[in-house]
Design a protein around this ligand. Sequence first.
Ligand code: ASC
Length: 156
Amino acid sequence: MKHTHSLFASSFVALLLGMGSLTTPAYAQFVKAEDAIKYRKSAFSLMGTHFGRVAAMANGRAPYDAKAAADNAALAETMSHLPWVAFADGSDKGETKAKPEIWSDKARFAESAEKLQAELVKLNLAARVGTLEALKPAVSSVAGTCKNCHDNFRQQ
Ligand code: ASC
């Protein structure tokens, strides 16, 4: 009987938690706005580092290494899924270059985020071809996508 009761109680708690995740805004995943800012900056920083290593090969600043290109492209692609949830409501103020347009034009920002993710999937495919010739145009597309989003959504 006691067991049945505690089972009921834990189901009830789980239900409440489930409801909470439906009704609380995304920023609840971060305790404070500055945590969200730190998180998204970290994700962008790692994405930039790993993409930068691929770009260096494509631009002749580093020797071409097919495995390193594929490994770094995969890491950049993984990172590309992370920052977006951290543009939480209320995290527009603080140590951030994020423009207000991120929150006032969420649809366009989301479109840019999806575009980047798609371009990084293409970069991964290109990196796995195993030639510098395949890598170059994909790197160029990703860099253009980074720049476009920075122009629209990041302060100088
Ligand atoms: C990079 C990087 C960016 C973009 C951008 C392209 O390697 O870290 O933010 O490319 O410079 O213009």
